[in-house]
Write a protein that binds this ligand. Structure first.
Ligand code: SF4
Ligand code: SF4
Length: 232
């Protein structure tokens, strides 16, 4: 978060105008900071010639690390009362080990925590449900990833409900459907026991293996397209 050195500050107000999150307010006699609103973008401490702002750390949560078999796991826990999760998400992403496959489970929606989660990812999987609300949210998410120019595909969860409109939309927009996971009460039962669907239901294990293979294929295609683009 920013800390203002009043000896250097000439109250020009540029930081206050710049901060999109209103975490800084330039008043006639001082600059007031609102740490809870700061997204930690670093702009205010770098951009202005007076160099009156420095960055100081502030604890907003914790990052938990663990393993499950060969899988490394990291989870971010925001302190109660904190509103801004992007700095925690950024900190969590910094702990990730570069490996063959890293999956980041982003929150739903199109807000800052989602953008922070998917930033710099090789591929985005938009998971949706074939309901009117699901379709509405999917349209917003598609607009978001298109604006970010990131490659993406769709997974339809609880497939088997009335999904004609969802399928029509995907076809009209040329959206690749990577997998359709059937609506199955046994998944909810497994979940309520703390078990993974793919661990207890053979057909779901196959579906997730197919999804992984589909992701492998699109990632390799994207990689070779990027290499071809660099060489041409
Ligand atoms: S940009 Fe720097 S000098 Fe200007 S009001 Fe903000 S802290 Fe003060
Ligand atoms: S670091 Fe970014 S979000 Fe935080 S106060 Fe400065 S400009 Fe605003």
């Amino acid at each position: 978060m920013p800390q203002v050195d009043s000896n250097r500050c000439d109250l020009c107000g540029q930081c206050s105008d710049f901060c999109r999150y209103n975490a800084l307010l330039c008043l006639p006699g001082q600059v007031v900071t609102f740490p809870e609103l700061c997204h930690g973008c670093g702009g205010c401490s770098r951009l202005f010639p007076q160099q009156a702002i420095s960055e100081v750390p502030r604890e907003i949560g914790t990052i938990e690390l663990g393993t499950a078999g060969a899988i490394h796991f990291a989870s971010g826990l925001l302190n109660i009362g904190e509103a801004m999760s992007p700095p925690l998400i950024r900190g969590l992403k910094n702990t990730l080990i570069e490996s063959e496959g890293t999956i980041i489970d982003a929150p739903p929606g199109t807000s800052c925590p989602v953008i922070e989660s998917i930033r710099h990812c090789d591929y985005i999987v938009l998971v949706t449900e074939p309901t009117p609300f699901g379709l509405n949210d999917l349209k917003l998410a598609v607009e978001m990833v298109r604006a970010l120019k990131q490659p993406f595909g769709i997974v339809i969860n609880r497939s088997g409900l009335d999904e004609r409109r969802m399928l029509d939309y995907c076809q009209r927009e040329h959206l690749p459907i990577l997998a359709q996971l059937p609506d199955d009460r046994r998944v909810a039962e497994a979940y309520s026991r703390g078990e993974l669907a793919c661990a207890v239901l053979a057909e779901f294990k196959q579906l997730f293996a197919g999804l992984l293979a589909a992701l492998d294929t699109v990632l390799q295609q994207n990689q070779s397209n990027a290499t071809a683009g660099e060489t041409s």
